[in-house]
Design a protein around this ligand. Structure first.
Ligand SMILES: [Zn+2]
Length: 436
């Protein structure tokens, strides 16, 4: 077993339900050989109970739960930063030409490597990953996730209209390829399958029915797609589905459930929010993407009022990077900009959105999301270089909440000095600072 000594901050219960940040200075946390947390408390007490374990000293900075990204596109890592376009133009000019390149499996393997490096460097340990339109590229993604040790749920992206021809498939082929991928990967280690129509804009009822068959037949599979992101997109979906609402295009096929995560939902009607709430589905709020594409300001208050679970996603590559700290800060900005309509977010809310909320949305809250006894040790060590403004801020913080706010305001991926999944320290492709 291993004993970590650190200042630990986490949100074991939902701050939107009135719970507060848990902060322990100079805590000890004991992790067994299966990566499970078996003891936690004041360091002196934990040390006395475990006098022989190796101690890993992480006193500077803070230890947080591993970050959870509930919406991130693996094929788009190389096109992050395509600014200046709204959604449908950005897809045409930026995202889809790159996604077509993943027909070449060697290219896809390189992209999967770049992508997992991005996740690990940002401290993301669990992700719901939007896959590729090509089955061999999805295999490459699963292989990269398995190699890295990340907890990844992903699948084949399917569409049968209104996209470039090379990205289209048929409902039958989509079903066969999805079942094959699920057979190979679903439930293997930390990997799970996600049924993934790109969006109902590009998926006919026949294609959504094929998705429903896979969703029903693969036990424990997740469902993910996009919804209500951009006003032009919403209008076109309504036209394509004879005036029906966007959430209904999925719900009509049984695709909206506890194990569903729909990304964006910037422009929902109350009827759609009520449906999402009653079906117990989750929404992935993607703040930098919504800002970069000018999609709109996320109505978080209305989601909370309708009892809809809200987690957070980076939406790489429309989102501007992998950092869930940056997403948290942008979520905070956007709620401020909404004025009285916005939800005033504290640093505890931001940490919850970046950790526990994602674990909950993905049905993994018994395993990860905070650093309680019984959970897996998925953790990140935030330790800025000394003299860096974040380091100065942490040394001068007047409370744990204040210190955590500084991490969201100033923290970058280069401040993540250590990343663990299931008790194993994982590393990406580039040099990392040794623990000290
Ligand atoms: Zn997306």
């Amino acid at each position: 077993m291993t004993l970590y000594r650190a200042t630990i901050l986490d949100t074991p219960a939902n701050p939107f339900a009135g719970h507060s940040l848990r902060a322990e200075e100079d805590a000890g946390i004991v992790v067994d050989d299966d990566g499970r947390i078996v003891a936690r408390g004041p360091f002196g007490e934990v040390r006395a109970a475990h006098p022989h374990e190796e101690v890993i000293p992480l006193r500077q900075g803070m230890l947080l739960p591993g970050l959870v990204d509930t919406h991130v596109h693996f094929p788009q890592v190389r096109v992050i930063g395509g600014l200046g376009m709204p959604l449908l133009d950005w897809l045409d000019q930026c995202a889809l030409p790159e996604e077509a390149r993943l027909a070449d499996v060697d290219y896809a393997r390189g992209v999967a490597r770049d992508f997992t490096t991005g996740l690990v460097d940002a401290g993301t340990t669990t992700a719901l990953v939007f896959g590729s339109h090509f089955a061999p590229a999805v295999d490459a993604m699963f292989e990269a996730a398995e190699r890295t040790g990340l907890r990844v749920t992903t699948g084949l992206v399917v569409s049968d209209r209104l996209l470039p021809d090379e990205l289209l498939t048929t409902p039958d082929r989509a079903y066969d390829e999805a079942r094959g991928l699920a057979e190979r990967w679903h439930g293997s280690g930390r990997l799970r399958y996600a049924v993934t129509p790109r969006f109902s804009f590009s998926a006919s009822d026949a294609m959504l029915e094929s998705c429903a068959a896979t969703f029903k037949e693969v036990g424990g599979a997740w469902f993910t797609s996009h919804v209500n992101e951009n006003v032009a997109e919403v209008a076109e979906v309504s036209r394509l589905f004879d005036g029906g609402h966007y959430v209904g295009t999925y719900a009509n096929h049984g695709l909206v459930a506890r194990s569903s995560v729909l990304a964006h939902n910037v422009h929902p009607t109350d009827e759609e929010l009520a449906l999402l709430g009653s079906l117990d589905a989750s929404v992935a709020h993607c703040p930098t993407s919504n800002s970069a594409l000018g999609s709109g300001l996320f109505p978080m208050r209305r989601h909370l009022e309708h009892g809809v679970r809200v987690a957070m996603g980076s939406d790489v590559g429309a989102g501007t990077g992998f950092s869930m700290l940056k997403e948290g800060l942008q979520a905070y900005f956007m709620q401020r900009l909404l004025g009285p309509e916005g939800v005033p977010l504290t640093s505890a809310h931001l940490l919850w959105l970046a950790t526990g909320a994602g674990a909950d949305a993905l049905g993994l809250a018994d395993e990860v999301g905070d650093l309680s006894v019984g959970k897996q040790f998925d953790a990140i060590w935030v330790r800025p270089e000394s003299g860096d403004p974040l380091d100065v801020g942490l040394l001068n913080a007047n409370s744990s909440q204040d210190a955590l706010a500084k991490v969201f305001a100033l923290g970058t991926t280069s401040d993540i000095a250590g990343v663990w999944v299931g008790g194993e320290q994982i590393a990406a492709g580039r040099w990392r600072r040794p623990l000290s």
